[in-house]
Design a protein around this ligand. Structure first.
Ligand code: NAI
Length: 396
């Protein structure tokens, strides 16, 4: 079939296998161009098919020579329907890993379920034996609770009072104002259940019980803080509440792993970047496009792959991990630099539909967004007939 982007709101419902492979290869090439990092040789990534999880998997495999087991929830292709981008990304990752003689095993299914945890443990035992690093990088709109069967939905809402600010439709460039009613107690609880730390804890419990965590194991989960202008909708809202919960769980897991395996659990606060998940948060794409313009002009811009390389090489496996006063790694440090934030905050006051292209890097945002689905690569022929069905080497 001929595959073109079909964007509805903040999602693209098609993905291009050749373009997704290019996107993965670009990240592999970046990692191969950087100095090798000595680090873990056996890594489990939960949420490994897109965004930060995929970049971490690529960094571990091609930067450290690690064998990886990746867990994700993606849709395979059909005769007349494309796979989701994460499926094609994983196909490309596995092919490249196999070429380099690296173990790359994938599990497709609901990471919140006991069943997928068991399948993953079985696969680790069969292939890697144990793991030295567990990366928790899930972003999901819902969770079926494995013990009670309840379905929880996450919402992106402020807490306590309504929130109004500007937002942008990044495909059309239309700037409008948005007002979001505050979350109910029930919505806060459900969001924390989906995006908080409980499931990370259940993963570590299950892995510990099965004796597949190696001595000195590390586990890291990803968080975000961001600037004052997004606090009401992000850090002080329902998602931020979930991140507080994730950070609370990190401290508990850290104690437990230290005691049992001389290990470590830590949260890394990452930079705001264009991913399928961040595109769904109102206001954030406008902030990101202003931020990108400034960071690019100041020579400070990074994408997910640069961030995960810095995380593993300069922090987690540097031998001198720097933690903030709450015990978190801060690879959002360049985003949060005072000079960067001062400029972005000043632009935030001024930006509107007329001056958007002048003040913000809207084109960069759109390009990054389309690349997530394999579109916009000049060397890919988007008029060509391609087979949407691509098999994963590790999944029959
Ligand atoms: P993403 O949407 O690109 O990736 C999410 C991953 O989770 C995918 O691999 C997907 O298949 C997997 N997934 C979702 N539901 C699943 C399920 N039920 N079972 C198995 N796998 C499932 O998201 P992104 O942005 O990379 O987010 C990852 C983490 O990084 C999140 O915790 C997010 O809050 C955090 N983060 C993101 C930032 C951003 O700007 N994008 C900034 C800082 C932190």
């Amino acid at each position: 079939m001929v595959i073109q982007p079909k964007v509805r709101g903040f999602i693209c419902t098609t993905a291009h296998p050749v373009g997704c492979a290019k996107h993965v290869q670009e990240q592999i090439d970046y990692i191969k161009s950087m100095p090798k990092v000595s680090g873990p040789k056996r890594v489990l990534i939960i949420g490994s098919s897109t965004g930060f999880g995929l970049a971490t998997r690529i960094t571990a495999a091609f930067g450290m020579g690690a064998g990886t087991v990746g867990v994700f929830y993606e849709r395979p292709g059909e005769q007349d329907r494309t796979a989701s981008a994460g499926w094609y990304n994983t196909a490309a990752f596995e092919t490249a890993a196999q070429k380099d003689g690296l173990i790359a095993e994938s599990i497709n299914g609901d990471a919140f379920s006991d069943e997928i945890k068991h399948q993953t443990i079985k696969r680790i035992k069969e292939t890697l034996g144990q793991v030295d690093l567990v990366v928790y990088s899930l972003a999901s709109p819902r969770r079926n609770h494995p013990k009670t069967g309840e379905l929880f939905n996450s919402v992106i809402k402020p807490i306590g009072k309504p929130y109004s600010d500007k937002t942008v439709n990044f495909m059309t460039g239309a700037v409008s104002s948005v007002t979001i009613a505050p979350a109910t107690e029930e919505e806060i609880k459900q969001t924390v259940s989906v995006m908080g730390g409980e499931d990370w804890g259940l993963w570590i419990d299950a892995l510990l019980a099965a004796d597949v965590l190696a001595k000195g194991v590390k586990t890291v989960a990803y968080s975000y803080i961001g600037p004052k202008i997004t606090h009401d909708i992000y850090r002080d809202g329902t998602i931020g509440h979930s991140k507080n919960d994730l950070e609370r769980v990190a401290h508990e897991l850290d104690q437990e792993l230290k005691q049992k395996l001389d290990g470590q659990a830590v949260v890394s606060v990452n930079k705001a970047l264009v991913t399928q998940s961040s595109s769904a948060i109102p206001v954030v794409p406008l902030y990101i496009s202003l931020l990108f313009k400034q960071m690019k002009e100041m020579g400070l811009h990074e994408g997910t792959i640069e961030q995960t390389y810095r995380l593993l090489s300069e922090e987690l496996y540097s031998g001198h991990t720097k933690l903030d006063d709450q015990g978190r790694i801060r690879i959002d440090d360049w985003e949060m630099r005072e000079d960067v934030q001062q400029k972005v905050t000043a632009l935030w006051q001024r930006v509107n539909g007329e001056n958007l292209d002048e003040l913000a890097d809207m084109e960069g945002y759109r390009n990054d967004f389309l690349k997530l689905f394999g579109f916009g690569f000049p060397e890919v022929d988007y008029e060509a007939d391609v087979n949407p069905i691509i098999n994963l080497i590790s999944i029959e």
